[in-house]
Design a protein around this ligand. Structure first.
Ligand SMILES: Cc1ncc(COP(=O)(O)O)c(C=O)c1O
Length: 463
């Protein structure tokens, strides 16, 4: 697949820069004051205090001139906006589902889906949890059950498809509770919490066969499924010359519907959708949308947002875009690997995940090593990252104890089309400097814990 101009290996960006956003550099003292003010939680820091923002790849992409031009064509009618029909046709063309309900972002779609499909006492298997997805499943009365392959829980295991579903684990659940207590399987593309790790088409095919036998629908979390498609092409036999968009369609065609946070793959600052093939599920989703999102032809979005999303979907499946996306993340990852910094392997698509257990072996997991490392990186350099470990995993609703996940990670998440290679060099230097003085880093104690999704708003103090 030709994704470079001269058949060289470079992943140079397939765009040039027309407008820039100025960054503010800060002193160490300023950053220390800022993180204290924020309770050592990078989510609570102010963006003006951040130099390079790797908090998330969600809604932080740079839109193209075509997307911005589309925003000027926003049809801000309450009902039946032309932009909705553009979005619907882009979803049908690239994702292939018949019915589409726009939502304000991914969790809006998760809310609709969970309320429609889950009954009190159901079990929802998934290839590792995602924070908002699992919470909506639990709030609808379901219990999430992790059925991802064991390799996903080991940051050093280089298995190429760590997002795969372990069919034995799934079968064990189905035998134990009965297929009628399993409303669907939640299948995430490029599993975020595992380090941005893909499932394979072969695994999905087996899963489809199993689910057909037991009458269980597959609902895809399509948030990063174009990125998953890239890895299938790169790593799976038989796909090396299949276009990305054909791989994406093949995945979607084997599933029954999806929830989508368009703030990732689809290159927009806000937006999402729920999509499905079943007419009854669609009717229910349309109806619930008016309760939680807005009329089913805008779902909490302005017309211009839907236009940007329709265009973003088209751009996201281009070969050259994804080559640069993956290339940039790898560039950073390889620099850290070369310096011996422990990161999740293989390098995923949207972020580099630092393994805080190995980075800070002297800090007990109950003292939140990943949270502490993220705070320290901010103090060191003004680079904002986020914790994906004990804090994000939350408490077990039955025992009330910290879940203590095997993965205790700091996520350096790369926004799409935003930073340059020189920024990646700065990030690598900062992390490597911190690694050299890692013994000086101490743990944290949590001093405020909110009820839901605590990682967003919890506060900490140094020990
Ligand atoms: C895999 C995955 N699913 C769902 C969501 C939720 O989407 P949103 O933040 O748009 O509500 C996110 C992002 O936060 C995600 O990474």
């Amino acid at each position: 697949m030709n994704t470079t101009q001269h058949e060289h290996h470079s992943w140079a960006e397939p765009y040039k820069i027309k407008m820039v956003e100025l960054l503010r550099m800060t002193t160490r003292e300023e950053r220390l004051a800022a993180i204290r003010e924020a309770g050592y939680n990078t989510f609570l820091t102010r963006s003006r205090d951040v130099y390079i923002d790797l908090l998330t790849d969600s809604g932080t992409s740079a839109m193209s001139d075509r997307q911005w031009a589309g925003m000027m064509r926003g049809d801000e009618a309450y009902s039946g906006s032309e932009n909705f029909y553009h979005l619907e046709s882009a979803v049908r063309e690239y994702y292939g589902y018949r019915h589409v309900v726009p939502t304000h972002q991914g969790r809006g779609a998760e809310n609709l889906m969970s309320k429609i499909l889950i009954r009190e006492g159901d079990y929802v298997p998934g290839n590792m949890y995602f924070t908002t997805t699992r919470l909506h499943q639990e709030m609808a009365g379901g219990t999430f059950v992790d059925v991802i392959v064991d390799e996903a829980h080991d940051p050093q295991d280089r298995f190429p498809f760590k997002g795969n579903v372990d069919l034995d684990k799934l079968d064990e659940l189905v035998r134990e509770v009965g297929a009628d207590r399993v409303p669907y399987i939640s299948l995430e593309g490029n599993v975020n919490m595992a380090g941005g790790q893909p499932f394979s088409m072969a695994n999905l095919r087996l899963l489809r066969g199993y689910c057909d036998k037991h009458g269980i629908p597959i609902i895809l979390d399509a948030t990063r499924t174009v990125e998953n498609s890239w890895f299938i092409r790169e790593r799976e036999d038989g796909y090396s010359s299949t276009p990305l968009r054909a791989i994406l369609r093949e995945i979607c065609d084997m599933t029954d519907g999806c929830t989508m946070s368009a703030k990732k793959d689809a290159l927009v600052n806000i937006g999402g959708f729920f999509a499905c093939n079943d007419g009854d599920v669609f009717l229910k989703a349309k109806n619930l949308a008016v309760v939680y999102e807005g009329l089913h032809t805008y779902g909490g979005l302005a017309g211009r947002d839907m236009e940007a999303m329709a265009q973003g979907i088209r751009e996201s499946v281009t070969e050259e875009h994804m080559a640069a996306r993956i290339g940039q993340v790898r560039y950073l990852g390889r620099k850290l690997e070369a310096a011996g910094v422990p990161i999740v392997e293989p390098i995923g698509s949207h972020a580099i995940f630092i393994d805080a257990r190995r980075f800070l072996p002297h800090i007990d997991q109950e003292q939140y090593p990943a949270q502490s490392l993220a705070a320290e990186l901010f103090i060191e350099s003004g680079i904002r990252s986020m914790e994906r470990g004990n804090v994000s995993a939350g408490r077990d609703p039955v025992t009330g104890r910290n879940r203590q996940p095997k993965l205790e990670l700091v996520r350096l998440t790369i926004p799409r089309r935003v930073y340059t290679q020189a920024h990646m060099d700065v990030v690598a230097e900062a992390v490597i400097d911190l690694y050299r003085r890692r013994e000086e880093i101490r743990g944290l104690k949590m001093v405020y814990e909110p009820e839901y999704l605590r990682f967003f708003q919890a506060r900490f103090e140094p020990l």
